[in-house]
Design a protein around this ligand. Structure first.
Ligand SMILES: [Zn+2]
Length: 360
């Protein structure tokens, strides 16, 4: 028995009840699925290859900036036009290629702060058009991040978006509490410590507000997490707080689900494997992976460039002879592939660390 047994669609992009079934299975079997930020076909295939080889489900996510990059840095992004077009293009690309890798894929979009809501609106327009044509949304899930706003407005607005997503059985991830650091223009580097930790009452309030609308939602709750890069040891993670949230919600709503909430782990770069496992034991089913993946992708290309430097300075002529051609060294399929290999290796480590490997 594996995760694929609980899915109606076993490979390729999954939606609706399959997404819920996958997260439920992950929570029960105590593993989390890495959500890898992708910005190009190259980073998509590197991630899918790692998931296939590790027999794992995978989440591919595009950020607002990553989606714009998918459309091309030369495209103007007024009214989020490039981010919408790029996300839609990326989604169609991922849908076309994902099934070739034989694993279930959750197609997700990353942090959407208040000022970026037109991006989410544009993607939901594309979802509704796709739903009308095919009976399913284009994306499996989206994320809305109003954690910088008041809790009241955050929850109320998130509920509004969940109402829009619910008829399509589309998953919505929301954020509460502040994740430190800097990402996608949201800078929380100077925030005081107490607000890095979400309170159990807030989680219950979110659960009580959202669950009557739809069961397809998850919560990224701050428990000392920091976005981006930081020196190890500079941050105190308290994953046990997630366990307290679960107890608080369970005590209030009852039922036989001891861990009723689906949690998401943001800002994990630099965390120890044990910190991840503790969070997973408390109901984390998705872990965002961006910073570590960017570094891993770069490393393969960096090493290639440094090692093959003398074969890359001219189209013809290298240490083996003045008339030797260098085409096989400067073909992008050769050196970009080196980045894919090192990124895939880093995805594999994440799949193993989160107990996601061999779960299909
Ligand atoms: Zn976050």
């Amino acid at each position: 028995m594996g995760a694929q047994d609980v899915l109606t669609r076993k490979t390729g992009v999954i939606v609706g009840d399959d997404v819920l079934a996958l997260f439920k299975y992950a929570r029960e079997h105590k593993f989390a699925i890495p959500a890898v930020n992708v910005t190009s076909s190259s980073t998509v295939v590197a991630t899918l290859e790692a998931a296939r080889d590790a027999k794992s489900p995978i989440i591919l996510q595009m950020s607002q900036g990553g989606a714009a990059y998918f459309a091309g840095k030369g495209v103007a992004n007024g009214d989020q036009a490039a981010s919408i077009a790029g996300a839609v293009a990326g989604a169609h690309y991922i849908r076309s290629v994902a099934a070739s890798y034989g694993v279930p894929v959750v197609l997700h979009t990353d942090h959407c702060a208040k000022k970026l809501l037109p991006w989410l609106d544009g993607m939901l327009d594309a979802d509704e058009a796709h739903f009308k044509a095919t009976g399913e949304p284009l994306f499996s899930s989206h994320m809305i991040d109003l954690s910088e706003e008041t809790v009241e407005w955050n929850v109320e607005t998130t509920a509004k978006y969940l109402k829009r997503a619910a008829p399509m059985k589309q998953w919505l991830e929301m954020e509460i509490g502040i994740t430190g650091g800097e990402e996608d223009g949201v800078n929380n580097e100077d925030v005081d410590n107490a607000s890095l930790y979400t309170q159990p009452e807030d989680i219950l309030n979110i659960y009580n507000t959202l669950s009557p609308i739809s069961p397809y939602f998850s919560i990224a709750a701050g428990f000392g997490n920091v976005h981006g890069v930081y020196k190890p040891g500079n941050v105190k993670l308290h994953p046990e707080l997630l366990g307290k949230h679960q107890e608080h919600v369970h005590a209030a709503i009852g039922g036989d689900e001891a861990k009723p909430v689906y949690f998401v782990f943001h800002g994990g770069s630099g965390s120890s494997k044990q910190e991840y496992l503790d969070a997973i034991n408390h109901g984390v089913v998705k872990v965002n992976m961006d910073t570590d993946m960017q570094f891993a992708y770069m490393a393969g290309i960096r090493d290639y460039m440094l090692n093959k430097k003398d074969y890359l300075m001219t189209a013809v002529g290298n240490p083996d002879g003045d008339d030797k051609p260098n085409k096989k060294f400067f073909d992008p399929r050769v050196w970009v592939r080196e980045g894919e290999k090192t990124m895939a290796a880093r995805v594999t480590v994440a799949l193993q660390d989160f107990n996601c490997a061999n779960q299909l």
